[in-house]
Design a protein around this ligand. Structure first.
Ligand SMILES: CC(=O)SCCNC(=O)CCNC(=O)[C@H](O)C(C)(C)COP(=O)(O)OP(=O)(O)OC[C@H]1O[C@@H](n2cnc3c(N)ncnc32)[C@H](O)[C@@H]1OP(=O)(O)O
Length: 418
């Protein structure tokens, strides 16, 4: 029987989403989750593969705008909801859906496709590279101390934590204030996503069945001079043993506009009564927390892959970001899955902007689309990729020049999953 790939219809959503749940082990999502993801589904950008009456595969994308080095917001298709029915795996269903999705992304003129992977080994073959990493920190707050620089002569409230007030608020009541802070943070870190309509509900999603013994979500606002300058959203998972309380603060997100607000929020979280640990699932690899603690070992930091990124249009993507140092290199790009990118590209740029166009000039560096994806947001260096044999230097000096230029001053990071 031949399979039929077609755009998702509203009436088919339940069946389509059911296949996704089946692919993920068959545990149905909660009604809150289903309602939210249905509302956020972009039907015009979602596809299914039908085998007779059954949905054999599901996939789709969101229309994001993502911060890139230099602070521009670039259209990025957020590939999502990929699932293949267990009876249909390893027959090319994902491959056919990915081809269809990436052709659509190209037709819409979006230079990038991004995703978070259930398993990191799946998407390299489709030209995605790991563009951001996250750290998972499990801080032993019974041992780790915060060392907050306190200078009594500093009266500027952006540094003096004394000027910051921490206020508890219901997460829903604080939504608008948090969103204002978030919006001001987006362009400061590559990989962050400008909020699209409806997406402010994602960080508030808190189904009872998924709390795993933790409290409902709490929110604290950091305020200075009458303005909200930061927030943290967290739950508390109480626990007791024969020595007493051993609760954990489960941190969902923390954003701050000033060092003082950040320090004040962490101080609040470290000090919560009846807790002795903070479980922070996703922080940037250069999160300032690592510079505020006196014992990084007891923060039990683990690094993992996070955002996988693909350049769908090499020329537009490389011209959309800026470069930390002047760069003028010819890249010989191979791209088996999106062959329209294959060939030589001259990239010329600096901290103000860049151009990238096809050329017949001799190549300086040879690499595939996957390596460009890994290096694009400035978190993984071309030199590190070359060390693994994944980038080849064809002109002496070109690797160092390009490697420095591609790096970002702050580590790229994705603030939330999708
Ligand atoms: C962005 C997101 O939504 S991530 C979520 C992805 N979904 C899941 O993990 C749910 C459970 N898994 C599944 O639904 C499926 O197994 C999928 C989607 C991962 C793969 O779908 P399939 O239709 O089996 O993939 P397809 O047959 O096109 O395989 C393409 C290639 O990827 C490889 N591949 C597929 N899955 C994996 C995997 N989990 N790890 C490593 N390689 C994989 C295949 O071996 C094949 O390799 P080849 O080209 O060398 O032969």
């Amino acid at each position: 029987m031949t399979m039929d790939l077609r755009v998702l219809r509203q009436a088919d959503w339940d069946q389509w989403y059911g296949t996704l749940e089946l692919a993920f082990g068959g545990v149905p999502e909660t009604p809150e989750e289903r309602t939210l993801w249905r509302e956020l589904t972009r039907f015009d950008r979602s596809i299914g593969v039908w085998d007779g009456p059954d949905v054999a595969g599901s996939a789709g994308s969101f229309a994001f705008r993502m911060a890139v080095p230099g602070g521009s917001l670039v259209p990025a298709a957020g590939v999502t909801m990929v699932g293949v029915r267990p009876t249909h795996r390893r027959r090319g269903v994902l491959t056919s859906m990915m081809r269809h999705l990436l052709e659509g992304v190209r037709d819409r003129g979006e230079p990038l496709a991004v995703l978070t992977a259930s398993e990191p080994g799946i998407y390299g073959r489709f030209g995605y590279g790991i563009a951001t990493h996250r750290i998972h920190a499990r801080v032993d707050t019974s041992r780790v101390r915060l060392v907050i620089p306190e200078d009594p002569s500093v009266t500027d409230t952006s540094y003096a934590t004394d000027g910051v007030r921490i206020r508890l608020s219901a997460p829903e009541d604080a939504r608008a204030a948090c969103e204002e802070v978030y919006a001001r943070r987006v362009t400061t870190r590559p990989g962050m996503l400008a909020r699209q309509p409806g997406w402010d509900a994602v960080p508030l999603l808190d189904p009872v069945d998924k709390r795993d013994g933790a409290s409902p979500l709490n929110c604290v606002l950091a305020e200075a001079d009458g303005e909200t300058v930061g927030y943290a959203r967290y739950a508390i998972r109480p626990s007791w043993d024969r020595h007493g309380p051993r609760g954990t603060v489960v941190l969902r997100d923390l954003e701050a506009l000033t060092p003082a607000a950040r320090a004040a929020l962490w101080r609040y979280l470290f000090g919560l009564d009846l807790t002795s640990g903070i479980d922070a699932f996703s922080l940037p690899v250069d999160d300032p927390l690592l510079q505020l603690v006196d014992d990084i070992r007891r923060c039990d930091v683990q690094v993992a892959d996070q955002l996988h990124l693909r350049l769908v249009d090499v020329g537009d993507a490389l011209a959309a970001r800026t470069y930390a140092a002047p760069v003028d290199v010819v890249l010989d790009v191979t791209d088996a899955f999106c062959p329209w990118n294959t060939g030589r590209w001259r990239l010329t740029g600096d901290a103000k902007g860049a151009t990238c166009a096809r050329t017949r000039d001799a190549a300086d560096l040879a690499l595939s689309a996957r390596e460009l994806g890994a290096a694009y947001l400035g978190g993984t260096s071309l030199a590190a990729l070359a060390g693994a044999g994944r980038v080849r230097e064809l002109r002496e000096g070109a690797l160092a020049e390009a490697s420095v230029a591609f790096m970002s001053a702050v580590a790229p990071w994705l603030p939330h999953g999708f």
